[in-house]
Design a protein. Sequence first.
Length: 204
Amino acid sequence: MARGPAYNVPYRRRREGKTNYRLRRRLIISGLPRLVARRTLNHMIAQVVEARVEGDHVLASAHSRQLVRDFGWRAPCGNTPAAYLTGLLCGFRALEAGVKKAILDVGLQKPSKGGRVMAVVKGCLDAGLDVPCDPEVLPDEDRISGVHIAKYAEMLSSNPDVYQRTFSQYIAAGLRPQDLPKHFEEVKGRILAKFGGEVGEGGG
């Protein structure tokens, strides 16, 4: 551990691995609200946050469990389709709050190309929120709708034990994993209906 008169103790959140202050400073200097996308093992969280002197102020937010509560989502809340729908919901709520553009804040995460964090961004973009990013890092439509999961489920269906074990959450919720793309479109349709019935064109 560094010592001596020139050593400064890092801020607590930096010591705890929660905040990169140099990155945060650059985000705040942009003058734009931040799209904060966070993933947990079982859920996705999206917030549009404005930095104020007294601290961060949340302008709009969405949590993947709200998909279950408000829109009838029956699949797990931590997969790519749920991440997209969470972003879509957050994007529409941000527009309702008067936010048209936001800058992505991934914190200390290292999001992967086409991963859940980028699925949140894609959802926000489709809602009409302008979030500058390289389109190459966004997941494709098949991945967003869960086609890859449905294909994997179909492949495993010949082995009932493995199938039951792998997709126990789907089965417990009364949803065949092979039907995930259809279910995704149904839930997406409910979100669109609530906020005006069409997908917008976000910036890229």
